[in-house]
Design a protein around this ligand. Structure first.
Ligand code: NAI
Ligand code: 2PC
Length: 316
């Protein structure tokens, strides 16, 4: 079956130790999107199983010919995991040669999911947020909030972090992370206080299958940008009609999904169109914009190939 007797495995610590920058991640995502436009990279809509007890199981598939890699990411999200001291989302990425199918490597899927999701948001933000954004708010203060804070702190001249979440430990941990980045943080009493006070809003609330919407896009102030990682489940969907530009991750994937992120009438376009310059991310300083997404396999492939190539380079 395989040309090798063992398949290299890269742990979270090994991947984090490679020291990739947010700019490298964004550039690789954008490069892969350009390859996709030239029919040299491809992705399929994700396959999802939701058994009805809150679990969300999914597979993401993407492939490219330069480098010749196919990536399959498999994750299970279980809202009961944190009660047992486990991460909400766990999974793996498997890399194969996209021509022969021979296995190349297996990567920790938790690190890839954290960093690639922040990378997708950061790619959209580069086109959709104001360059001088200085206050960032987090609705949900877990793993995604952490990776987004790391990424956005390198892209924007941040001065303050607003926190709204559930669970004092997570809020405190994100506040500590902000302090490590020399950023003061404020725990807000309400989601509205956090959203209305921010130039950039990141929502990453636990997907439980029965979240009642409690966020309203009308709260975004003029000029603000929101990166909505949580499939927009906690947001009042009709409120997106108030925004100037709403970009999703992938129109083809969206068409294949039974539960839409929102009415297609509110969607300006997708990330590929944004990167390719086919749609504008921002027209006026006062525009209110959002990137709303469920996860794009191109992001997983982009980051996986980047880390694999970096790991090979560093082992030479
Ligand atoms: N679009 C994408 O590609 C991806 C999306 N996600 C989304 O991000 C979400 C969070 O993932 P992680 O950060 O890994 O999980 P996590 O468990 O580390 O963080 C979730 C945080 O949300 C908080 N929370 C739960 N209900 C809340 C509420 N009603 N109000 C405020 N805070 C609340 C929790 O206390 C926790 O701190 C997932 O449920 C999923 O929806 C995650 C990975 C990829
Ligand atoms: O694309 C992804 O990795 C995920 N989307 C929702 C939960 C995880």
């Amino acid at each position: 079956m395989s040309a090798s007797t063992s398949i290299p495995y890269f742990s979270e610590d090994q991947l984090a130790g490679l020291g990739l920058t947010t700019h490298e991640v964004i550039n690789r995502i954008e490069t892969l999107i350009l390859s996709g436009d030239k029919q040299q990279a491809w992705s399929a809509p994700k396959a999802v199983i939701q058994p009805g007890d809150g679990r969300y199981m999914m597979v993401a598939l993407a492939a490219a010919d330069d480098p010749s890699v196919l990536a399959v990411k498999t994750v299970v999200l279980n809202p009961r995991n944190p009660e047992q001291g486990l991460p909400l989302i766990n999974g793996l990425v498997t890399l194969l040669d996209s021509h022969s199918g021979l296995p190349i490597a297996i990567l920790d899927g938790n690190w890839i999911t954290a960093v690639r999701t922040a990378g997708l948001s950061a790619t959209a933000a580069r086109h959709m947020a104001k360059n001088d954004a200085s206050v960032i708010a987090f609705i949900g203060c877990g793993v995604q909030a952490n990776s987004h804070l790391q990424a956005f702190s390198t892209l924007f001249p941040l001065e303050k972090v607003l926190l709204f979440g559930r669970g004092a430990v997570n809020i405190e941990r994100l506040g500590d992370k902000a302090a490590e980045l020399s950023l003061p943080s404020v725990a807000c009493d309400s989601a509205e206080e956090a959203v209305t006070g921010a130039d950039i809003v990141i929502s990453s609330v636990t997907h439980t299958g029965d979240v009642t919407p409690f966020l309203d896009a009308n709260w975004l102030k003029p000029g603000a940008f929101a990166a909505i990682t949580d499939l927009a489940v906690p947001w009042g969907k009709e409120s997106f009609s108030a925004l100037d530009q709403v970009v999703i991750d992938d129109l083809v994937q969206e068409a294949a999904m039974p539960n839409k992120l929102m009415s297609p009438d509110y969607v300006t376009g997708d990330l590929s169109q944004l990167v390719l310059g086919k749609i504008k991310g921002r027209n006026l300083d006062s525009d209110r914009n959002a990137f709303v997404f469920r996860g794009h396999a191109m992001g997983d492939l982009a980051l996986s190939t980047l880390v694999y190539q970096r790991a090979l380079m560093m082992s030479d």
